[in-house]
Design a protein around this ligand. Sequence first.
Ligand SMILES: Nc1ncnc2c1ncn2[C@@H]1O[C@H](COP(=O)(O)OP(=O)(O)OP(=O)(O)O)[C@@H](O)[C@H]1O
Length: 268
Amino acid sequence: MADNTVRMVPPAGNVHALNASRGPVVRVDGVSKRFDTKSGTVQALEGIRQSIGAGEFVAIVGPSGCGKSTLLRILCGLEEPTEGRIDWGREGQAPRMGVAFQDHRLLPWLSIEQNIMLPRLMQGRASAADIDRALALCKLVGLTGFEKRRPAELSGGMKQRASVARALFTDPELLLLDEPFGALDALTREQITADTERIWTEQGFAALLITHSISEAVHLADRVIVMSARPGRVVAEFKIDLPRPRTEALGSPEFGKLCSDIRKKLEL
Ligand SMILES: Nc1ncnc2c1ncn2[C@@H]1O[C@H](COP(=O)(O)OP(=O)(O)OP(=O)(O)O)[C@@H](O)[C@H]1O
């Protein structure tokens, strides 16, 4: 029977340590992407070789137009690589995935609860267990009391929280986040970043975050990948060993040094 509960605490010990022993959820093997359009050819990505471990949080930073979103779109099947391939860790089978974009993409005529259950509503009717799960996800992302509201009645930050909850509805093994907090004010963004770390710690999924914010990447990720300007190539990788939760480390010299090292690589 499907498990519809939203885990609020790790099942036992460190959920990410347990997951890490299961190996990568995905390997990106020499992926390049070229767009041939009427106005010319754009080489967006070149020779990307990376893997994401089960339960690992990876962030990608890079200049605008270097192919970050293209890579994410390839991972969720919206684009095909021109060269190279994606190898899924679990016997070649793609993991359950959830995606949240910068634009929340909530349907305005549905309630928040219905938007969160959208993956199920698209397959037919939602069950009582689906409704329970949507309500639990509202609680998890801090939207209790707003379940029956329409998106227009929520603030920008609340809409982004709802879109993250929808991405979590299918209990993803891999969560893809394409700048979901990019349009928010600094204070809201900090709060949602801290909440995202808490949810990731509790839930145990692997995550790939695309962001322009170096501090957000260092706050959330186990590993930060730095890409070059187009065509996007990986130019550096930083393992982030700061203790979690990282809210306390935000003003520390170690945090500042990592941010400045990453910035230097971006400016090359
Ligand atoms: N469908 C498409 N057709 C043609 N060119 C495209 C298409 N999608 C992306 N591109 C081009 O590929 C390059 C990479 O785009 P992409 O959106 O992946 O970059 P990005 O790093 O995510 O940028 P940003 O940080 O500004 O969001 C850009 O030059 C873009 O114009």
